[in-house]
Every structure is written in structure tokens, then in C-alpha cells.
Design a protein around this ligand. Structure first.
Ligand code: ZN
Length: 268
């Protein structure tokens, strides 16, 4: 098992490899090229973990679990449903999710296994596709449902507010992405629980398909879709409120935990 984190300490952003639960070893070089451990050891509680990558692109997949497509009253997709989130939406573990002032009322959670592309992929075959992944992290595709489903003709605004793409807490480079339990807890209560083996389009299929649409640069992340149990499909609906804590867990990676705040309460 190997875990790569990105952290801030003394005003400097660096990558590191987790050594154990309590410490990390900084990396020198380019995690998408050649790198080595510096030999230092830093206690985890002395750093601020950041989003484990500053993505070059954020690609997301809609309706990629059967039960979620059904709860959304949408037909099962015949090919991956692709959308993009802006890199400005990305935030890290422990960052706050900000309810946007222009659409604070129907903000919803979505847990997603998230692929981090490690080397340029263009027209790659499914058999080789996972070789292009550096690893995997937990992703949260936060969504303002009023914008996404009712007010706008498409999904861009509802998926794009600042802080609407938390990722982390680190990149796991050694795991089977096709069989990982995945869940969302809201204030400790289980809201989504599934397994990535239920993905309609697997990670290898997604990387190959997307690489035939566009060049996947190192650092591109792919949010692979969310299982059932999202807030808007519940009766009555459940939406995020200031003070909530959302935990996205992918077994084998870890837990991505973010607090929810109102825009008026945030430093931004
Ligand atoms: Zn999603």
C-alpha cells in the first residue's frame, strides 16, 4: 500500500508519502515523473493536508450506478454521461463546503471513487487503461439540485460552485478500484452505501472511453459517479445545512471529512 498526500507546512506546499497513520515522508521531484523520498519524517498533526492533487481537469460521470439512475428517474445510460467541474471547485480534506449565496437551499452530497490520472492518456485500450491511473482518492461531487435539475437547462452551474469538489484525504496507489465499499455519512448517519463493483462503467472503461474523447493529462481527476441514497431522491428530501459534517469513505483509501458552512459565515 502506498499513499501520496499533498500538504502545507511553513507556507510551502509539498507532496509526501504516508509512512504510517501518524507521519509522512516528503517527496522531492515530480509525482507525475521521477521523484524520491527526502528522508525527513514529519508528524501528520504538524501539517495541513490539502487536496492531494491540483487537478488539470475535473471530469465527472453521471448516473453510473443502476440504483441511482433509477432513483433519479433517468434511463440507464448506454454510454458514459460526461460532465466537467471547474478546477476552482476543488478543495481538500478539512476544508469547508460553502453553501453558495445564490443557491443555498438544495445543496446535496454525492460520494464518488475518484481516479487520479498519472500519465498522459490518449486513445488507450481498456486492457491497459488502469496503467494510466496514478491512484484513487475519495471525491465529493457536491451539487445544487435547484440549479442542476430545475432552474438551468444543464448541470454546469449546479456542479460548479467554489468548494463543490472536495477530494482526499490522499491518493492510494495500490488498490482494486473494481471492488471497494463506498459510503456517505451525514452527521454520522449512513446516507449512501454501495460498492464500486456496481459501477455501470468501470474505471478501466471510463479511462479508455474518455481518452478517446479528450487527452487526459497527468493530474486529471475523474469522479466516477455516485450510488443511490442522495438527498434529493429521499422522501422527504435531505439537503446540506450549515453545521453539517459530511464524510465520504472509500474502503482502502480513507475518509474525506468536510464541514458545511453558509457563505456569509465563511472567510471567503
Ligand atoms: Zn456525481
Amino acid at each position: 500500500m502506498s499513499r501520496i498526500a499533498r500538504f502545507l507546512k511553513d507556507g510551502t506546499v509539498r507532496y509526501a508519502q504516508l509512512q504510517d497513520a501518524d507521519s509522512l515522508q516528503p517527496i522531492a521531484g515530480d509525482i507525475f515523473g521521477s521523484w524520491h523520498l527526502t528522508g525527513e519524517t514529519i508528524p501528520l498533526n504538524q501539517v495541513q493536508l490539502l487536496a492531494p492533487v491540483a487537478p488539470t481537469n475535473v471530469i465527472a460521470i453521471g448516473l453510473n450506478y443502476r440504483a441511482h439512475a433509477e432513483e433519479s428517474n433517468m434511463p440507464l445510460p448506454e454510454r458514459p454521461v460526461i460532465f466537467l467541474k471547474p478546477t476552482t471547485a476543488v478543495c481538500g480534506p478539512n476544508d469547508d463546503i460553502v453553501l453558495p449565496q445564490m443557491a443555498p437551499d438544495e445543496v446535496d452530497y454525492e460520494c464518488e471513487l475518484t481516479i487520479v490520472i498519472g500519465k498522459t492518456a490518449r486513445r488507450v485500450q481498456e486492457d491497459d487503461a488502469l496503467d494510466y491511473a496514478l491512484g484513487y482518492t475519495c471525491g465529493h461531487d457536491v451539487s445544487a439540485r435547484d440549479c442542476q435539475l430545475r432552474l438551468d437547462a444543464q448541470w454546469a452551474r449546479g456542479k460548479s460552485f467554489d468548494t463543490f469538489a472536495p477530494i482526499g484525504p490522499w491518493i492510494e496507489t495500490d488498490m482494486d478500484p473494481d471492488n471497494a465499499p463506498i459510503r456517505t455519512r451525514l452527521n454520522g448517519e449512513m446516507m449512501q452505501e454501495s460498492n464500486t463493483k456496481d459501477l455501470i462503467f468501470s474505471c478501466r472503461e471510463l479511462i479508455s472511453y474518455l481518452s478517446h474523447c479528450m487527452t487526459l493529462l497527468p493530474g486529471t481527476i475523474i469522479m466516477t459517479g455516485t450510488p443511490s441514497g442522495v438527498g434529493f431522491a429521499r422522501k422527504p428530501p435531505v439537503f446540506l445545512r450549515a453545521g453539517d459534517v459530511v464524510e465520504i469513505e472509500v474502503e482502502g483509501i480513507g475518509v474525506l471529512r468536510n464541514r458545511v458552512v453558509a457563505e456569509s459565515d465563511s472567510a471567503a
